[in-house]
Design a protein around this ligand. Structure first.
Ligand SMILES: Nc1ncnc2c1ncn2[C@@H]1O[C@H](COP(=O)(O)OP(=O)(O)O)[C@@H](O)[C@H]1O
Ligand SMILES: O=C(CO)[C@H](O)[C@H](O)COP(=O)(O)O
Length: 453
């Protein structure tokens, strides 16, 4: 904790999931400034404005006054590659309150106490903004080219945030011949879910849609010409790792997975198949339920005070117990996705197909549970790392191989596997979803009892 306050210039990164700026984001949200409409009504503690305010309030001399630039990671990388400080429209719109149509809103920065950025004409956070896929400067500098082992001058594109690159990498694929409802429907019927340490739920629309608790609408921030709404869960892969690694049977799991040359998740999935006997695997959690917001709720409740919950614990600590807790955690994350989709649909989205990528896309149990619990088919990409494919699409546009990002998307994204929901299990998951919603209702009641006299 202490190092945060030292202002050591070599420790100049704040992680995306860092929640240090709680007091700052509360004050920002209390302003009720109109820019907040474009982040679902409530700004997340993970966004850049609260983090900047934290730096100003806590590291004024050592960091705030001295810093030349404050970058989002994708803009930092394009700057290091080309020497160009221009920012991507994606990062500024999605994380820094910039509007694709109106630019910066001076009144917001003044109201939250960051008026110095306005006085400086936003030079530290970006006053040249480019659409993703635009070719930057003269391409790779000789220095960067040497570091990367690539030719100098090779085109470098204005970037996308990682999750948005994943969305671009999957959402435009040609789905003909897979029996999917989205075939022949507009691309707006697709939801891209990028599931790694955290998860992001990217839905696009022709007209702006305001979804309470879901970020956006952001114009042209992912697919050019479309509005983006971005739902999210602050910990998903991280939560699964946390639950599994913290269990008493974890050393036994590790030893057994290593002996079989399997990942711990492949081992757990086959263990669940063994213990489920004749019933569907998901039914093993009939009396074990998890609320997954161990790091607050990003969407659609936008409540960073929420905590994780588990109900149905027993005294056993064996591998069966670990496997079932892991399953209940995976299911809880999928129920969280269902809640986000419901919020997006009640605001005007109409989603028929999920396109899933990221580290958790490699977990067949995670994918099947998303299909079963949302009742929606899940499309996986042919490409192992669709986030990198999204970056390659930008590169292909910047180098002039394609006339537009959309053309590159249609030509470069390919469907791999399609996983359909087991509709026969719907009744069971509907009941578990009812319990899921009760968990958060009860958690709020506990908090209110404890606050009372
Ligand atoms: N082969 C795998 N099988 C199951 N889960 C995996 C696998 N690989 C990664 N994961 C999960 O994906 C998460 C990391 O996803 P990744 O997309 O690499 O992270 P990040 O979002 O940080 O880029 C891990 O927390 C882990 O739970
Ligand atoms: O900005 C983001 C989403 O808009 C983050 O970059 C993304 O969520 C980070 O992903 P992870 O926590 O899975 O590494």
């Amino acid at each position: 904790m202490l190092h945060r306050h030292k202002g050591d210039s070599h420790r100049n990164i704040i992680m995306w999931l860092d929640h240090r700026a709680v007091s700052q984001v509360h004050r920002i949200n209390e302003t009720k400034h109109s820019v907040l409409q474009y982040v679902g009504g409530v700004m997340s503690v993970e966004m850049q404005a609260p983090k900047l305010l934290w730096l100003k309030e806590n590291l004024r001399e050592t960091c705030w006054d001295k810093a030349g630039h404050f970058f989002d990671l994708p803009d930092f990388l394009s700057w290091k590659a080309t020497g160009v400080t221009a920012r991507s429209l994606c990062s500024l719109v999605c994380k820094w309150t910039y509007s694709a149509e109106k630019g910066w809103d001076d009144s917001f920065w003044k109201m939250v106490g960051l008026e110095d950025l306005v006085a400086d004409n936003y030079s530290k956070i970006g006053n040249q903004v480019l659409p993703p896929g635009t070719s930057l400067g003269n391409g790779l500098t000789p220095e960067a080219a040497k570091d990367l082992g690539l030719p100098a001058g090779i085109a470098v594109a204005a970037s996308l945030i990682d999750a948005h690159a994943g969305g671009l990498g999957v959402i435009g694929a040609d789905v003909r011949g897979h029996g999917l409802a989205c075939e022949g429907q507009p691309v707006t019927s697709r939801l891209a879910i990028i599931c790694g340490t955290s998860s992001c739920h990217m839905g696009i629309s022709k007209n702006p849609i305001f979804v309470p608790g879901v970020w956006g609408p952001y114009f042209s921030a992912m697919v050019p010409g479309f509005w983006l709404n971005e739902g999210g869960q602050s910990v998903t892969g991280k939560l699964i790792d946390h639950m599994v690694q913290g269990h008493a049977a974890f050393p036994e799991l590790q030893a057994k997975a290593t002996a079989r040359c399997q990942s711990i998740y492949a081992y757990l999935n086959s263990h669940l198949d063994l213990i489920k006997k004749a019933q569907p695997v998901g039914f093993l959690t009939v009396d074990l339920h998890v609320w997954p917001d161990f790091h607050g709720n990003r969407s659609p409740l936008a409540d960073l005070t929420l905590k994780g919950m588990v109900t149905g614990l027993k005294l056993s600590q064996d591998l069966d117990d670990l496997a079932i807790l892991y399953l209940a955690t995976v299911q809880a994350i999928a129920f969280g996705t269902r809640l986000i989709i419901e919020a997006m649909e009640s605001a005007g989205h109409s989603i028929s197909t999920l396109f899933l990528c990221g580290g958790l896309g490699k977990n067949p149990l995670f994918v099947q549970m998303h299909a079963d619990i949302t009742g929606t088919p899940v499309v996986l990409s042919q490409e192992v790392e669709p986030v990198l494919l999204g970056a390659a699409i930008l590169g292909a546009r910047a180098s002039g191989d394609f006339a537009s990002v959309q053309e590159a998307m249609a030509r470069m994204s390919k469907v791999g596997k399609v996983v359909f929901p087991r509709h026969e299990d719907k009744r069971y998951y509907d009941k578990k979803y009812q319990v899921f919603l009760k968990l958060v209702e009860h958690q709020k009641e506990y908090a209110s009892i404890m606050k009372g006299d």
